[in-house]
Ligand binder design. Structure first.
Ligand code: NAP
Length: 255
């Protein structure tokens, strides 16, 4: 299928995706900002899984970073067969009174970079008649938790539209909508994750395996775990005033 390119591959869901893909004998291109962590993860995967692992340090909040990744997606030498847009973070602030720079960084990382890399992948993969795109959205795409919800709703809707545009081209697009997952995400965005029951959490490995199985089947939107599938259905039928009250901007759980 060609190599798999995974953004945000040094931690959490992205790292689990990288390990799962390597276990299936796929060569990898790993993207994140921190070069040292990229090299560490790449070396461990090479030693254990015996696949080729390239590292591509890039800050996806910058236009140059997103374009660097898009260029790698378009490259015909060691072609990419699967693009995984996973890099992301919680803002750790309210929109009102928060820093505009942080808002722009989140928008550029979780929306603009996804658009730029998918634009490259859609053209390249459909031209050759095969390939897959996985975009990590979130259950919050259905709620009202500030701009993070809006970014993840964009990812979900965009992926759906792209999947429809690429139907019959041999290229699949899958949006993954996990609920709470044990990763560095909450700590990095200064959210106290102990406020939620352990039962609410899914493992990053389960999310990764669900995402890859869904992409293989050509599923367009997947919500890992039955519990969150039920929650997603409930949110779709609930009045939006209830959704805003239960999962609105004031309920982010930040420290
Ligand atoms: N954890 C959850 O509860 C949860 C739930 C639903 C959806 N998600 C989504 O799942 C995805 C993965 O998050 P995670 O939970 O695995 O978080 P994580 O453990 O904090 O990992 C985030 C990864 O993204 C990279 N990254 C962050 N900003 C970047 C940038 N500007 N450019 C390039 N790479 C960047 C980080 O590496 P560097 O810092 O080195 O760049 C790291 O590899 C995100 O899109 C997140 O929104 C998470």
């Amino acid at each position: 299928m060609g190599s798999a390119l995974v953004t945000g591959a040094t931690s959490g869901i992205g790292q689990e995706l990288a390990w799962e893909l390597a276990a299936e004998n796929n060569d990898l291109v790993l993207v994140a900002r921190n070069r040292e962590r990229l090299d560490e993860v790449a070396e461990r995967i090479r030693q254990v899984a015996n696949v080729q692992v390239e590292v591509l340090p890039a800050d996806l909040s910058t236009l140059q970073g997103a374009e660097l990744v898009a260029r790698r997606v378009r490259a015909t030498d060691k072609p990419i067969g699967l693009l995984v847009n996973n890099a992301g973070f919680g803002l750790g602030q309210d929109f009102v009174g928060g820093e505009l720079d942080r808002e722009l960084c989140a928008l550029d990382t979780m929306v603009r970079a996804v658009l730029i890399t998918c634009h490259a992948a859609a053209a390249e993969f459909s031209g050759r008649g095969y390939g897959g795109i996985i975009n990590i959205s979130s259950m919050t795409s259905l709620t009202a938790q500030g701009t993070y919800s809006a970014h993840k709703a964009w990812v979900r809707t965009f992926s759906e539209g792209l999947a429809a545009s690429l139907k019959g081209s041999g290229v699949t697009v899958t949006a993954v909508c996990p609920g709470l997952v044990h990763t560095q995400f909450h700590e990095r965005s200064q959210v106290d994750s102990t406020q939620w029951s352990e039962l609410a959490f899914t493992s990053a490995n389960y999310v990764a395996r669900t995402a890859l199985n869904a992409a293989r089947r050509g599923t367009v939107i997947v919500t890992p775990t039955i519990r969150y599938k039920i929650a997603a259905a409930a949110i779709k039928f609930a009045p939006r005033s209830v959704v805003r009250a239960v999962a609105g901007p004031k309920l982010s759980g930040r420290n």
